[in-house]
Design a protein around this ligand. Structure first.
Ligand code: NAP
Length: 354
């Protein structure tokens, strides 16, 4: 049990990212000092939105330069912090070199950050942003889970360097985190394991796998239909709140599946129809599985036949009772999440009405 002092600074790795930006905002709004560790604090396009948030909030924001692949580089940002949020990790579903582009930064980065936690005496708790991807690979794994839904007890055993390497990177990184925490007893570890994160971006122009999916839904590529591919969805603002609660709830313990809805890719598009359907070429119906099997591999390298077989027309099921009961989390409606996310892309001129 760790009581974290809100007058002490808090470190956030990858502070400029889609998820982390909302967490930084949540902390600053609370009046907390945030040590924001980013790759390049001189890159205004990546951090201006955080500077703007800091301007109108109670907390103080300080930037530090750090890289997951550079050993010890997070130490300066960690000094004086009781609470460390480790969110930085590459999130790409299609990469050239999975070992170099995903596994090394995810795994070595986690070791690097947690090794520094071992060396910085002020640290009492580390919250790692893991993923439901560390629990399952394909929707079929969730259906086949004991009880018919994934729980925090389970680990991903089906991803590899060759199949869904992003999921593999998150599995290896989270396992490494649990291994490192067990070797000492000054700080404890809590993991937040979100499903697919959606919702409004604070920096809509930054590259993001979540936003790319939304652009695919709204940009016309799916106007003939979308695959009914089982997926869990959670609002980015709820993910930030879950991180906040994981940090400041003394009793928080272990892993937390953080997911608002057992949903599917088609539903993510159709909930947008009432508000945006008349102006944007959104999907209205499910693509037949045989067609997805045929064209999927041509549109996206990760969309292999095996992937389609194990995900399309298969529901996604997670048991979220742990986070609801222990951290008192509740989740926004899917429609609100999708509409707010889409509206930002429209307002920023990224998606244009027909
Ligand atoms: P994002 O916007 O792409 O943010 C990723 C962050 O990691 C960025 O700040 C990025 O810095 C940083 N990063 C990547 N490689 C780095 C390196 N070598 N050194 C230092 N920093 C590095 O992704 P996100 O969606 O917010 O994801 C944040 C976390 O949530 C990740 O751990 C991800 O696995 C997890 N997650 C995401 C989802 C989702 O659906 N989005 C779901 C479950 C879990 P740059 O901006 O400099 O590249």
């Amino acid at each position: 049990m760790k009581q974290i002092d809100k007058t002490k600074p808090v470190m956030v790795t990858g502070a400029n990212g889609y998820v982390a930006s909302w967490l930084v905002k949540r902390l600053l709004d609370e009046g907390i000092t945030v040590h924001a560790a980013v790759r390049n604090p001189a890159n205004k396009a990546k951090i201006q939105h955080l500077l703007d948030i800091a301007e109108s909030s109670k907390g103080e924001l300080k930037f530090f330069k750090a890289d997951l692949l550079s050993s010890g580089s997070y130490k300066a940002a960690m000094e004086g912090c009781e609470l460390v949020y480790h969110t930085a990790s590459p999130f790409f579903l299609e990469v050239k070199n999975p070992q170099k582009d995903l596994i090394e930064p995810a795994l070595n980065g986690t070791s690097n950050v947690l090794q520094s936690a071992n060396e910085v005496d002020s640290v009492k708790r580390v919250v790692v942003t893991s993923s439901c991807a560390a629990i399952y690979t394909d929707a079929i794994d969730t259906v086949n889970a004991p009880g018919g839904a994934i729980t925090e007890e389970l680990w991903n055993t089906t991803s590899s360097l060759d199949y869904q390497p992003y999921s593999y990177s998150k599995t290896l990184a989270e396992k490494k985190a649990w291994e490192i925490v067990q070797a000492q007893d000054r700080w404890d570890l809590v993991t937040i394991n979100p499903s697919f994160v959606m919702g409004p971006a604070l920096n809509a122009h930054a590259p993001s796998e979540s936003l790319s999916t939304l652009k695919t839904l709204g940009g016309g590529d799916m106007k003939m239909g979308a695959p009914k591919m089982g997926v869990g969805v959670v609002d980015v603002r709820d993910v930030a709140e879950a991180h906040f609660k994981a940090g400041y709830t003394p009793e928080a313990k272990g892993r937390y599946i953080t997911s608002g809805h057992n949903s599917d890719f088609l539903e993510m598009g159709t909930v947008l129809l009432p508000k945006f359907g008349d102006r944007f070429p959104l999907p209205k119906k499910a693509l037949p599985k045989w067609l997805v099997m045929l064209v999927g591999p041509l549109t996206n390298k990760a969309f292999t036949r095996t992937f389609v077989k194990k995900n399309v027309n298969i529901p996604w099921k997670a048991d979220t009772s742990k986070i609801r009961n222990e951290l008192g989390m509740s989740f926004r409606p899917l429609r609100e999440t999708m509409e707010d996310a889409f509206q930002v892309l429209v307002d920023e001129g990224i998606l244009k009405a027909k």
